[in-house]
Every structure is written in C-alpha cells, then in structure tokens.
Design a binder for this molecule. Structure first.
Ligand code: ARG
Length: 449
C-alpha cells in the first residue's frame, strides 16, 4: 500500500491483511469528486485564516482542479490506497510537491468524510428527483392514453368495485410525489459545515468557515455557502442523514415493489389485463412459450436489499460511543447501493410503464362480474330511504341467493328480486350493473386532473 495519512508514531509497517481489511477505496472512490470539491473550499478557509500563502493557495488550487478534471474525464482510480481521501492527497503531492503537505492543515478525515458524503447525497438526491419525475410522467402519459378504461378494483385481492385505470395509475403518482418530497426535504436539511477537526474543532476562528461558494461544480449541486459547525462532536459522529435517505429510498422501493406485484398479476394469463413490451421481458431456457416479468420480479426482490441496507446502517450505528469510530466507514456501501439500485429501477420502470399495453376487451370481460356492483345496489336502496345497515343485509342476501342458484341478479325475475325488498325495482337496478355508471356515481374524489 502506498503512503498513509498517518504512520509517524508507528515502529513498523501495517500487516498486509490489516491493510486489506481496513481499506475502503474500492467503494469510497465514488466520493472522489466530492472530496476534491471539499478540499477546494478548505484551502479557501486556510488562506483567509492566514495558514496558506497566496502562492501555496494557487498551487493547491490548480493541482486540485486538475485532479477534479481527471476525475470528471473518468480516469481510473487505483485501488492500493487506504481510502479516497488518502489517494487524492497522494496524487496531489505527486503533482504539486511540498505545498500539498499543507492541505491537511486543521483538518481530519473524520470531518472530510462527512462533508464528502453529504455532497454526494445532495447530488444523488437531485438526480433521484429527476428520475422520479420521469416515472411520474410515464404514468401520467399512460393514464391519458387509457383515460376511459375502467377496471375491477381489489381489496384483499378480491373483486371490490370498479375504478378508473387512470386513478389506479394515479395512486402510484401520488406515492412517487410523496417519495420525492421526502427526499428533497432531506436534501434541504443536510447542512454543510467545516471545522470539526477530528472531534474537537480546529484553531481556525469560526467566522473563517463562513464561505460563500463560487466553485461552479458546487453551485451546480446547490451548495451556496458553508459554515462552522454548531457542535463538532455531533458533526463527525452524525449519520442521521444517511439513515433518513436510505429509509426514504426503502419506502420508495416498497412502492415500486407494489407496482411490480400489481403488474406481475395483471400480466398473468389469469388476469390478462396488460401486456408488457417484449423489450422489458425475458424468456425461459426450457419453455419456449414463456414471456416472463423478470424485471418486475427483480424490482420486487430488490426491495429486500433496500430494507437490508437500512437495517445494516441502523444496527452499525447503535451504541457507538461519541465521536467518530471506524465502524462508520461501513455506512457507505449500503448508502451507495440504495441510491444506485433505486436509480436503475426508476429508469427501467419508466420505459416499462410507458410501453404497457392494456387489453381493453379482457378487462371488459372481468367487469361483467356482478359482485363489483353490490355496493352500488346498497347505495341505491339508501337513496330510497333504507338505512345503510339494512340495505347492506338486503343486498348481501340477494347476492347469496344469486350465487346459490347460479343465476345472475340481472336475470332473476322481478318477483324474486322484490322478495328481498319492495324497494328493489328490477328495471332500475339492472342499469346499475355498469362500470361507467358505477364510477360516475363516485363523486367524492377531488382529482388533481
Ligand atoms: N475511510 C474512513 C471512513 O470512511 C475515514 C477514515 C478516518 N479514519 C480514522 N481512523 N479516523 O470513515
């Protein structure tokens, strides 16, 4: 392993297995850009505090900017350093020489890690917001395309009442809106500070950390200013923001898993409500006829991984003494994994949803089930002055009779129907077995559009 950020007090080198066991560069290399951006701000603080000469500032500034440029060009990061922060320090040292030794003045990786991860989160949260809105649009496009389609709604996965397909799809839009709100609220509450040091603060006066940002890459992430911490111990040991984010991503993943399950069911031969585009399905190596919803099954399955990531960070943080502990290095893989998983799911689902094709004829067939209109019969009787509970029992008896005798209510003789209630006029009730009439009768909904 190459040069460490520590080592002066050690009499011998680190055991290679310990190096292997403790290093995090294989995953925290994702923080490269954010670490350099943090350093660009840090040297401004050092300069204004008189801890860095204008000449050294310019050297470090140029060196860091060229590293940033290399990162943005996608140049590979070699894996033999302890972590990304060490890697960047060493690269800078190689390119600008002794001035780089001043970069770590009044700074600790404990603070540097929190700052970089917070920047990464702000960036990824904005990106997630964009992807969520794309999926919302896919739903809205589909809802508009099938605006007149009504389908059986379910409770307990049993036929319940007819609903508009656009409302069903709209339910997922509502979930996504809440998800996005949750994520963007978290983004707003992430506060960026510098000056916590390892845990006790630094000798630099707090006012020097009030930096107005003019670095374009930071402004792009929405960072306009940073400040000194209110409590340095809390700052370096706080991972609440990570937990909040992976919790919100787990909720989002839960919504996507419900969508996946609805579509898996709807695409089955038993329902046959919808056809998933070939581009979003996979086949079977054995059964030539198969067209499987593997994408949706993976979305459903990955939800478990999102929950696992949340539980893993919650468990890792539990009972840690203040302030920083190395355990906290283990927050990164679950965090990155949750972001990346949700990001690809949102993208792939946008395409899948946009290309769904509904089988209107088959859906119409399902709508013939009279049980879907039983509640409308109850409302009909209520309209005629029958108490709701009484009406419920009357219709329940009527449904039971129809099932036992295997005759549709619509086909029962007027006389038989009247036996259940004098108020049931056959000519009127047959009109109620109609999905359009049923949905039009539901006037309590204040739709967004
Ligand atoms: N790579 C570590 C992390 O991600 C930071 C190292 C801080 N190390 C330390 N011994 N204080 O948490």
């Amino acid at each position: 392993m190459s040069k460490k950020l520590w080592g002066g007090r050690f009499a011998k080198g680190t055991d290679p297995l310990v190096e292997e066991f403790t290093k995090s560069i294989q995953y925290d290399k994702k923080l490269a850009k954010y670490d350099v951006l943090g350093s660009l701000v840090h040297i401004q603080v050092l300069k204004s505090a008189g801890l860095l000469s204008p000449k050294d500032f310019t050297t470090l500034n140029n060196g860091l900017k060229s590293i940033l440029n290399n990162i943005q060009l996608g140049n590979p990061i070699v894996h033999n350093e302890e972590d990304i922060h060490t890697f960047i320090q060493n690269v800078l040292q190689k390119s600008v020489g002794p001035a780089a030794l001043k970069l770590h003045t009044a700074r600790s990786r404990n603070d540097q890690v929190v700052f970089s991860v917070k920047l990464y989160c702000k960036d990824m949260l904005a990106e997630a917001g964009v992807e969520i809105i794309k999926l919302e649009k896919a739903f809205l496009g589909l809802a508009a395309k099938y605006a007149d389609v009504i389908l059986p709604g379910f409770t307990h996965l049993q036929h319940a009442q007819p609903v508009y397909l656009k409302d069903y799809l709209g339910a997922y839009v509502e979930m996504l809106k809440r998800d996005n709100q949750r994520l963007q609220d978290i983004k707003e509450t992430i506060s960026l500070t510098m000056g916590s040091g390892a845990l006790a603060g630094t000798p630099v006066p707090a006012a020097k950390y009030s930096v107005k940002i003019d670095i374009p890459e930071l402004l792009e992430i929405g960072v306009e200013k940073i400040s000194a911490p209110a409590n340095s111990l809390d700052t370096v040991s706080d991972r609440d923001f990570v937990i909040e984010i992976i919790s919100a991503l787990a909720i989002l993943g839960m919504h996507l898993s419900r969508l996946a399950e609805d579509l898996v069911l709807w695409a089955s031969q038993e329902f046959d409500f919808v056809e998933i585009d070939d581009a979003f399905c996979t086949g079977s190596s054995l059964m030539p006829q198969k067209k499987n919803p593997d994408v949706l099954e993976l979305v459903r399955g990955n939800c478990g991984r999102l929950y696992g990531n949340l539980v893993s960070v919650l468990a890792m943080m539990k009972g840690l003494p203040l302030a920083y502990n190395r355990d906290m290095q283990l927050d990164k893989e679950p965090l990155f994994d949750s972001f990346e998983l949700v990001s690809i799911e949102l993208k792939v689902l946008s395409g899948l949803v946009r290309t769904l094709s509904f089988n209107k004829a088959k859906i119409e067939e399902h709508l013939k089930d009279e049980s879907l209109y039983a509640t409308d019969l109850v409302y009909y009787l209520v309209g005629k002055g029958v108490a709701f509970k009484e009406a419920h029992t009357i219709v329940g008896n009527l449904v039971k009779y129809s099932l036992e005798h295997d005759i549709l209510i619509k086909s029962l003789p007027e006389k038989t129907i009247r036996q259940f209630s004098e108020k049931l006029v056959k000519q009127q009730i047959v009109k109620l077995f109609d999905a359009r009439v049923s949905v039009k009768g539901k006037r309590s909904i204040k739709r967004r559009n």
